[in-house]
Design a protein around this ligand. Structure first.
Ligand code: ATP
Length: 241
C-alpha cells in the first residue's frame, strides 16, 4: 500500500551518516517505510545498501542521524531490542548451516513465549511444507532455494512488523527468484512492512515504492510505475532500454 501522508511512517530514517574507520559510506540518507508498505532499495554494488540495512539493525555504528520506529527513537537501541520491537534482518546468507531447520526457526522465534514460538513454527511449516519435511535436517544440507525459504521463515518466526532483507535473490536461479518473489508477495498487505535491498528487476513486482541509493545518497524516490517510465533508471539499474 502506498504510504498515507497523514500517518507517521513505521520506520523513518533521517540524515544517516556511517562508514568504516575513516571511510564514509552513507552521506545523509533519508528513507521511510509505512506500516504494511513494501519498499525496494536499488543500488549498484558498493552503493552502501548493506551498510544502511546494518545501521538500521544496530549492527554497524551510526555516526550521525536518527532512526525512528513505531514513534520511538531507536537510534541507540541494541540490536536485540530492535528485534523485540518488531524489526528483523535477513542477510544474504541467512540461517546457521550446522543447526537443523527447526533449531533455526526456534532461534528466529527466541523472543516469543514458548507457546507462541511453537504456534508460530507450526504456522510457518504449513506455509513452507518443504521445510516441514526437512525440519530435522541440517540447514547446510538444504538446496539454495530451500535455504532461502528457511531464511525467510526464520525472519518471519519472530512475528515482525518490519522485515529488512539484503538481496534475497543472491545466488538464486531465475526460477527460484520467481519462487521467492511469489512467497514474499503472499505476505504483502498482511500487516507486514518490507524493506528489501535488491538489484533484481523481479523484486519491483513487490514494491509499493522504490528508493535508489547512489554513492551513499538517496537519488530517486517514487513508485514502480515511475521507475518503469524512467529510461535513465532502467538503464542504470537493469541494463534495459
Ligand atoms: P553489495 O551489493 O556489493 O553488497 P552494497 O550496496 O550493499 O553493495 P556495501 O556493502 O554497503 O554496499 O558497501 C559500501 C562500501 O563500503 C563499499 O565501498 C565497500 O567496499 C565498503 N565496505 C563494506 N564493508 C566494509 C568493511 N567491513 N570495511 C571497510 N569497508 C567496507
Amino acid at each position: 500500500m502506498p504510504p498515507d501522508a497523514s500517518v507517521s511512517p513505521l520506520l523513518s530514517v533521517t540524515g544517516i551518516e556511517a562508514g568504516y574507520g575513516k571511510v564514509q559510506v552513507l552521506w545523509g540518507t533519508d528513507l521511510a517505510v509505512a506500516g504494511n508498505e513494501s519498499v525496494v532499495l536499488l543500488g549498484a554494488n558498493g552503493a552502501g545498501k548493506t551498510t544502511l540495512l546494518k545501521v538500521l539493525m544496530g549492527l554497524i555504528a551510526i555516526w550521525r542521524g536518527r532512526i525512528n520506529f513505531a514513534d520511538e527513537d531507536i537510534t541507540s537501541l541494541r540490536t536485540d531490542r530492535r528485534v523485540r520491537r518488531g524489526i528483523v534482518y535477513m542477510s544474504e546468507t541467512s540461517g546457521f548451516p550446522a543447526l537443523t531447520v527447526d533449531e533455526n526457526i526456534r532461534i528466529g522465534a527466541q523472543f516469543l513465549s514458548k507457546a507462541e514460538a511453537r504456534l508460530r513454527a507450526e504456522e510457518l511449516y504449513s506455509i513452507f511444507p518443504m521445510l516441514a519435511d526437512r525440519r530435522r535436517a541440517a540447514a547446510g544440507s538444504l538446496s539454495g532455494g530451500q535455504r532461502k525459504m528457511l531464511g525467510i521463515a526464520k525472519a518471519l518466526a519472530s512475528n515482525p512488523r518490519l522485515v529488512i532483507m539484503d538481496e534475497p535473490s543472491a545466488g538464486l536461479s531465475p526460477l527460484l527468484v520467481r519462487e521467492v518473489v511469489r512467497v514474499l508477495a503472499s505476505f504483502r498487505g498482511k500487516g507486514l512492512a518490507f524493506l528489501i535491498a535488491e538489484q533484481n528487476v523481479k523484486f519491483l513486482d513487490l514494491a509499493d515504492r522504490v528508493y535508489t541509493l547512489d554513492g551513499g545518497r538517496i537519488g530517486f524516490v517514487g513508485t514502480v510505475a515511475e521507475v518503469h517510465a524512467n529510461d535513465a533508471l532502467q538503464r542504470a539499474y537493469f541494463g534495459l532500454k
